[in-house]
Write a protein that binds this ligand. Structure first.
Ligand SMILES: [Zn+2]
Length: 308
């Protein structure tokens, strides 16, 4: 469900900002990564199936026996790219604070800073494969070959844009974990791939002069998934999970990573703190245009806990 046609390229706003910067900046670059597709805290930071995100999260919890054989290993673990959370703050009880856990509404909240439960549901096109085939013929992201899913290809393209253009603001979206509607193990495998992709994004930032030490990376799922599974069973006997607005589908995490002088290092915020609509004001504060955002519409707050 909802996978067809969802192919997301990074989009950038290198110039022509909506608001002129009037305040002091914390950094000159922000990358916001939607770790999207509807991901439950159980499988991400809760590690209910083991640490599926060893590049982002601390801990070596073994992937559960039920699904381990279907989780693809991805080029080993680079010691420099393990536990990215040490480079910043992990909000463990972040929230998409609205029952409209629909992808378009989720993206709207993340990008606009407003919960918009009635945003019209656009239908994806029925012929998405041209893009995919073109990209498959052009790209072999990080040597992964057929292991590269759409999220990894999107992120690979994002790293190329980042290193070449050094945009002040980039938003990159991953969506492939949404296969969780029909296959739980594939959902876990795609969380694992999204984790790999984020680690390469971080590596690109650290290796690009002008971005290193001057970029804040914010990562958050658009929302979670339900507590109760649906009726679809995968080959490992695991039930799939939708996202229909229950409390669990509103529970997510958020990671704010950046240089030590700007972002607090290696902290976890365990209490219920922060929500999706806080990300836009936070980016505005980082880039110095917080005073110019319309507070009557954008009611979120600066995520100050993450910053020095
Ligand atoms: Zn979905």
């Amino acid at each position: 469900m909802a996978m067809a046609g969802l192919y997301s390229f990074p989009y950038i706003l290198p110039s022509g900002r909506l608001f002129a910067p009037t305040g002091k900046r914390l950094a000159n670059h922000v990358v916001f990564c939607l770790f999207a597709g509807g991901i439950r805290n159980f499988e991400s930071i809760g590690k209910a199936e083991g640490n599926l995100m060893p590049r982002m999260l601390s801990g070596s919890e073994k992937i559960s026996d039920a699904i381990r054989h279907d989780i693809e290993e991805l080029s080993g673990l680079d010691p420099d790219l393990q536990a990215l959370q040490k480079n910043g703050a992990l909000y463990k009880k972040f929230r998409f604070n609205n029952t409209a856990t629909l992808h378009y509404a989720g993206h709207a909240a993340a990008i606009m800073g407003v919960y918009a439960p009635n945003v019209p549901l656009m239908k994806p096109l029925n012929y998405p494969s041209l893009n995919n085939e073109y990209l498959s013929s052009q790209f072999n992201p990080w040597g992964l070959g057929m292991k590269a899913n759409e999220d990894i290809m999107s992120m690979y393209a994002a790293t190329k844009v980042l290193s070449q253009f050094k945009p002040e603001l980039m938003v990159v979206n991953m969506q492939h974990s949404d296969i969780g509607h029909e296959n739980f193990t594939s959902y876990c495998n795609n969380i694992h791939k999204a984790d790999f992709a984020v680690s390469r994004l971080w590596k690109t930032i650290q290796e690009t002069p002008g971005l290193k030490d001057d970029t804040v990376l914010i990562i958050a799922p658009e929302f979670g998934r339900n507590l109760a599974p649906n009726s679809m069973v995968d080959g490992n006997g695991k039930f799939a999970i939708d996202h229909t607005g229950d409390d669990n589908s509103q529970q997510i995490f958020c990671m704010v990573l950046g240089p030590a002088g700007i972002v607090r290092q290696n902290i976890e915020i365990a209490s219920q703190t922060g929500e999706t609509i806080d990300i836009v004001p936070t980016i505005a504060h980082i880039l110095g245009f917080y005073d110019d955002i319309p507070k009557s519409i954008v009611t979120g707050r600066f995520l100050q806990e993450a910053f020095v």
